[in-house]
Design a protein around this ligand. Structure first.
Ligand code: PHE
Length: 350
């Protein structure tokens, strides 16, 4: 065998080997990345095939056309196989990605926890609803008040014993500024601004230095004020009776007991017949059949003097109730502090 022929065969054998190995690796590649590795290895600049083709000029003249022809054939076939395999792998990879990344629009969404109004707010709104229905307007005033509106203009001058009954929070260094102890100062603010007739209710927070099972330092009141011509105590009683029936049930009755407030004359405390025992007597009403729900009275003419109303021309009644107390009575609660513990087991019941 001539050296030439052997070289030629070797060149062929080498090509055949290159071809088979490359073909096998292309077919085996499972990813486009793996396929790219095979391409670099077998068809890249540093591949055996490339160096063989590059060395053609150095080959004996007789071998050049053979190696050149077969070598280029091998390259064309491998390139086609690569392109074919690449298409298959790319399609498979796209398929996998699509199935992995697809959005299942039938999956239920993340539930969004839904809250509801606090029992105090619900109760406030019901009270407001009732009085709105009677034609009352809602008025509001500041929680940080002056001594003048909280006491003086409500016929409670300095040194008046009633002041000491209101365990008041004062602002340090400003003895005339305080947290209002009741919503009554807003009566004054409304009457200062408006001429009679006045029909308002005044919801809001009030503050007292007081803390036990039935008192929190902050609580809510709803004040009522009606000023007009020919207002009598009968109007007060009728209004509050309708209110008691709407809040506690149509069978409820009310009774008025004499009381004292500096800004009403006469003053009363209003009881509602016990909704638990219907008046027969039980622990809740301390066996009296009655539960106290609010304070009220006819507006003291002195108060009209502070706001420039003519006491000979108009009369009025006023009342004030604790919202927590109303809610507690309606729901049979015994500890007022539960409203402000923020315990969801309690809050979710209403
Ligand atoms: N402001 C009184 C209190 O807080 C309640 C009240 C209001 C009484 C209006 C009479 C008239 O106790």
């Amino acid at each position: 065998m001539s050296g030439d022929l052997r070289k030629q065969l070797e060149a062929h054998a080498g090509l055949a080997l290159i071809y088979e190995e490359a073909w096998a690796e292309i077919e085996r590649a499972e990813t486009t990345a793996g396929l790219e590795e095979a391409r670099v290895k077998h068809l890249g600049r540093k591949s055996q095939l490339s160096s063989l083709l590059r060395s053609i000029p150095e080959l004996p003249a007789a071998e050049r056309p053979v190696v050149g022809k077969f070598g280029n054939q091998v390259r064309t076939v491998l390139e086609a196989a690569l392109a074919e395999r690449k298409k298959v792998l790319e399609a498979a990879e796209l398929e996998r990605r699509l199935s992995r990344e697809s959005v299942d629009i039938t999956l239920p969404g993340q539930p969004f926890p839904r809250g509801h109004l606090h029992l105090i707010t619900q109760t406030l709104w019901q009270i407001e609803d009732f009085f709105s229905g009677l034609g009352y307007r809602i008025a509001e005033g500041p929680e940080v008040e002056t001594d003048y509106y909280n006491f003086t203009a409500l016929n409670t001058p300095e040194g008046h014993p009633a002041r000491s009954l209101h365990d008041t929070f004062f602002v340090e260094g400003k003895p005339e500024v305080l947290l209002r102890t009741h919503t009554s100062p807003v009566q004054i603010r409304v009457m200062e601004k408006e001429d009679p007739p006045v029909y308002v209710i005044i919801p809001g927070r009030v503050y007292r230095r007081d803390s036990d099972a039935t008192h929190t330092p902050m609580f809510h009141q709803v004040e009522g004020l009606a000023v007009d011509e020919h207002i009598t105590m009968g109007d007060l009683k009728g209004t509050l009776e309708a209110f008691a029936k709407s809040m506690f049930g149509a069978e409820r009755e009310i009774r008025l007991r004499p009381h004292y407030f500096p800004f009403t004359e006469p003053s009363v405390e209003v009881d509602v017949s016990c909704m638990i025992c219907s008046g027969a007597g039980c622990r809740s009403c301390k066996y009296s059949g009655w539960l106290e729900i609010l304070g009220a009275g006819m507006v003291d003419p002195n108060v009209f003097g502070f706001v420039g109303y003519e006491p000979d021309e108009v009369q009025g009644f006023a009342f004030g109730m604790g919202v927590e107390r109303i809610a507690m009575l309606r729901h049979g609660m015994t500890d007022l502090r539960m409203f402000y513990d923020n315990d969801l087991r309690f809050i979710k019941q209403f």
